[in-house]
Design a protein around this ligand. Structure first.
Ligand SMILES: [Zn+2]
Length: 131
């Protein structure tokens, strides 16, 4: 509440000062006062809209970089030319090409995702029951 009163007082002081200055140019004090007050409100809305959109853009960029970091995994793959093992960062949102550390040739990573049935691990601590 104190903040609102302070803002209104500052707005009125600025409006009064500027409109007092404008009376030198034969502009009526109260019309100048009203005009400057409206101008300050418009300026404030424009400023807060701009700040808000900047913050939203930064948050979105941060979120996108976070998603890209999370989706990254590393896998050991042998080069298709020289069989040298390479550690390759794997990401699901782009092509996963890599240059072999040994022979400098470009390899492509082919990924296939498929569903398989779940199996139950065999409990080897129990003996086999023969009927
Ligand atoms: Zn190689």
């Amino acid at each position: 509440m104190i903040d609102i009163i302070r803002s209104v007082v500052i707005t009125c002081i600025v409006s009064a000062a500027v409109s007092w200055f404008l009376t030198n140019f034969n502009i009526y004090f109260w019309s100048g006062f009203a005009f400057i007050t409206v101008l300050q409100f418009i300026g404030w809305f424009a400023f807060s809209y701009y700040t808000k959109s900047q913050v939203e853009t930064a948050a979105l960029e941060f979120q996108q970089s976070l998603v890209s970091e999370i989706s990254k995994n590393e896998i050991m793959l042998p080069c298709t030319f020289c069989d040298h093992p390479n550690i390759v960062p794997i990401s699901v949102d782009r092509d996963n090409d890599f240059v072999c550390e040994e022979c400098d040739k470009i390899n492509s990573v082919y990924m296939e995702i498929q569903a398989v049935a779940q199996t139950q691990p065999v409990d080897t601590t129990k003996g086999i029951e023969v009927k």
